[in-house]
Structure formats: structure tokens, C-alpha cells
Design a protein around this ligand. Structure first.
Ligand SMILES: [Zn+2]
Length: 291
């Protein structure tokens, strides 16, 4: 009698992963808004790319980047991921895929409603070509992958210290427009309620890849801290850096404000890994890659 054939990942799961594959997985931040990291001493073991799949949908992908020992691929977990099983797929240089089922813990997020005045309603609903172009450029920038950028080994610092948070990462938002319309969105960063003019520090050392005035986000700065890893600062009142500058961890990059679409003075701070917004607070007391 013929034995039914098992899919490759099912066969692999019958054995401990490390017998078959020379890579390790770190699940210490495997929550929505966190990361799963896959490390290999030999780049060939992960050089075909690493992916996370959830309910038939690829939720993130990453390439191996140089780390203290070997290479690491950082897979972000989006904030709209529910608790459940996620499949990790690791492809080596010979296109052989090894796979692992992971269980992701759920996480509660806050729901908030935000009423916008006429000017802010128009700004958010506008299809001004400048807004579209700025959004396209940002998407391109966050997907850019500079293999020469070295991954910071520091934990992040808070850009405005222990200031009060007025919105959290992953908030489920309902915007109420002046004309009675509404739209839903997710809040991808953290808002700190600080007075206009508060110094804003770089959360980690890196390179300034954007310093510009944007329609929705006002004076904005994006820093790159490693290949595919960016921190973002919005609604600033002044900029102290230019594109191309290098900054140290904690260095002042500008001052906070309420430029762009802002209902009050605040700093919006965001962290992106391979385009996906993750929770910056998870990286305050540990580096992106554990030693
Ligand atoms: Zn915000």
C-alpha cells in the first residue's frame, strides 16, 4: 500500500528543526508588533529568504543581514495579526524550504475616535498629487534595503524621555469628518503629548534618509538604523538634520510641533522593519538581535 505523501513542512516538523537546518529562531518578541528573528552562522542557510505566512497570506518577509555572529533575518509581526498559528518558511541557497509552525500570542489594542475640524478633514480626504507622491516616496524609502547599513547593536532610547503618551501603537482609530463621513485606520506609532519646541532625540544611531516637509505629517525625519530598519518622527516644528547626515543615539534631530495633520502639539514616533510598523517600546531594553 502506498503511504500518503506529507507536505514538506509536515515532514520537517517531525524532527527537531536544528537537526535539519543550521538556523535558529528567537521567539522572545513573537507578539503582534514584535519580531521573529532567524539567525544562521552561514548566510547560505537563509539566503533564499525568510517568510511568515498566516491563513494563506504572506504577512512579512526578510533577507539575512550581517549580525555580530553570522546573519539574521528580522521578520516583523503586524499589529493586525490575531493570535494563532503562523508558519515560518526559511529558504536556503539551494531553494530548499524548511518550515516551522509558530504560535503567536494575542494582544489587546485601544479603540479611539478622533473628530477632525474642516481643515483637517479636507487634508485627510485630499487626493492632492503632492500627497500621493509623498506617500509613494515614503513607501519606496521604507522598502529600500541598503546592505551596507550596519545594524545598530543598541537598545532604543525614548525620543522625548518619559513624556505622557496620548496615543499608543496599534490603536484602532475611527476618524470622524466634519461632513459626517468617517474612516477607519490603525495607528502605526506612538504619540507623545509634548509642548511645541521640545527637543526630539534620535532613538538610535543611524543615517538621516529623509528630512522634509510633508503634507500629512508636516516636518518629518526618517532615520535608518540597519538594512530595512527605520525610525520616523512626525509633526516637528524644526529640523536640525539634513538627508545624508549621520546621527548618534540620543542626538537632537529637531523639535516637536504640530505641523501637518495634528489635532494638538505632539510627537508621532514610529519604528518600521521591512516596511511593517512595529512597537518601538518592545526595543527599549534590548537590541534588535540578542547577543
Ligand atoms: Zn500619531
Amino acid at each position: 500500500m502506498r503511504m500518503p505523501r506529507l507536505p514538506l513542512f509536515a515532514v520537517l516538523l517531525l524532527f527537531p528543526v536544528n537537526l535539519l537546518s543550521a538556523w535558529d529562531v528567537d521567539l522572545s518578541l513573537a507578539v503582534p508588533g514584535g519580531i521573529v528573528s532567524v539567525a544562521a552562522v552561514d548566510r547560505e542557510e537563509i539566503s533564499g529568504g525568510v517568510e511568515l505566512w498566516y491563513q494563506g497570506r504572506r504577512v512579512s518577509s526578510a533577507e539575512g543581514i550581517p549580525a555580530a555572529v553570522g546573519y539574521v533575518a528580522l521578520l516583523p509581526l503586524p499589529c493586525d495579526l490575531s493570535a494563532g498559528e503562523v508558519e515560518l518558511r526559511v529558504k536556503n541557497a539551494l531553494d530548499v524550504v524548511s518550515s516551522l509552525e509558530l504560535t503567536i500570542e494575542g494582544r489587546d489594542f485601544i479603540y479611539e475616535e478622533i473628530s477632525l475640524n474642516t481643515a483637517m478633514s479636507e487634508l485627510r480626504q485630499s487626493d492632492d498629487p503632492r500627497k500621493m507622491e509623498e506617500s509613494r516616496r515614503m513607501w519606496e524609502l521604507l522598502g529600500s534595503f541598503d546592505p551596507a547599513a550596519s545594524l545598530t547593536e543598541e537598545a532604543l532610547v525614548l525620543p522625548v524621555g518619559e513624556a505622557r503618551q496620548s496615543s499608543s501603537y496599534g490603536d484602532r482609530r475611527l476618524f470622524l469628518y466634519r461632513d459626517g463621513g468617517e474612516s477607519r485606520s490603525l495607528h502605526y506609532g506612538i504619540d507623545y503629548a509634548v509642548p511645541v519646541g521640545t527637543p526630539v532625540a534620535a532613538a538610535a544611531g543611524g543615517k538621516v534618509v529623509l528630512a522634509a516637509d510633508r503634507m500629512l505629517t508636516g516636518l518629518s525625519v526618517v532615520l535608518e538604523h540597519g538594512p530595512g530598519i527605520f525610525s520616523i518622527y512626525y509633526h516637528l516644528d524644526s529640523l536640525l538634520v539634513n538627508e545624508g547626515d549621520r546621527v548618534e543615539n540620543g542626538e537632537t534631530i529637531g523639535s516637536s510641533g504640530m505641523t501637518g495633520l495634528a489635532t494638538g502639539a505632539h510627537l508621532h514616533w514610529e519604528l518600521r522593519i521591512n516596511r511593517v510598523p512595529v512597537d518601538p517600546l518592545l526595543f527599549l531594553h534590548r537590541p534588535f538581535v540578542l547577543p
